[in-house]
Design a protein. Structure first.
Length: 247
């Protein structure tokens, strides 16, 4: 039976951002198991792309969408916001998730006061998003420090992907799915029994630290540091992410 893979994109991206990884996965299976092609699902998460107008944009609604589109068992990978959602999904779906791959992700903010401050900051950013055209915000978001140093071809492709979004949808996603909106999962990592691969770029110092902390709290986890890559490893080195997903 062909393996099933579900891929969750980050904030301001769409499911199309996973195309390089999907291509790398297909090539990997052609080489290792010629008669076995992966079935890949990379949905637009509520608030993004074709799902820009879907409401409500809440964790519960997104988990419901994943429940509807996901097969009985599957590998689950998520980047940044998508990685945080993947952690929630792994806890909700249990043994259905056979492998979990997290890229530039965290379980959230443990400190309640810090999380509330982040929620307030996210609300201010959501209001900013609603006040400008999506192209203007796309340029502004590309300057976020954690995204610095992306190769020009990657940055250009990401910009095209961001233009598939609408300001209202992104604002709703930030309010409903942002780091300030979702509860921390630091205290629940020990409940995740599925094998976990935490993928982080060599240049992504902040998330390299988070990756180590996460690994220490997970029953079965490995940290994969990809040489030369930044925060968005799946965009910069898709073959490394395809390898982490398997087989």
């Amino acid at each position: 039976m062909a393996p099933d893979v579900v891929l969750l994109h980050g904030f301001t991206h769409t499911g199309a951002s996973w195309d390089p990884v999907a291509a790398a996965l297909a090539e990997r299976y052609r080489e290792l198991a010629p008669n076995l092609a992966p079935r890949i699902r990379a949905p637009d998460i509520r608030g993004h792309g074709s799902a820009s107008d879907r409401v409500p944009v809440t964790l519960e609604a997104v988990l419901g969408d994943l429940e509807a589109l996901s097969p009985a068992q599957f590998a689950l990978a998520g980047y940044s916001m998508g990685g945080r959602l993947a952690l929630h999904a792994a806890l909700a779906f249990g043994a259905r998730v056979q492998r979990l791959v997290l890229i530039g992700a965290s379980p959230g903010i443990a400190d309640v006061a810090e999380r509330e401050a982040r929620r307030t900051a996210d609300e201010a950013l959501a209001e900013e998003i609603e006040a400008v055209p999506v192209e203007a915000f796309a340029h502004r978001w590309a300057q976020t420090p954690v995204l610095a140093g992306q190769p020009p071809d990657v940055a250009a492709a990401v910009h095209v992907d961001r233009l598939r979004n609408q300001p209202g949808g992104l604002a709703r996603a930030l309010r409903g799915l942002g780091t300030g909106a979702l509860k921390s999962l630091w205290g629940r990592l020990g409940e995740i029994e599925t094998p976990v691969a935490i993928v982080v770029g060599e240049r992504d110092q902040k998330f390299r630290g988070i990756a180590g902390e996460m690994a220490s709290g997970l029953p079965t986890a490995e940290v994969i540091v990809v040489p030369g890559a930044g925060h968005a490893v799946h965009l910069e080195v898709p073959a490394a992410v395809a390898q982490a997903i398997g087989p």
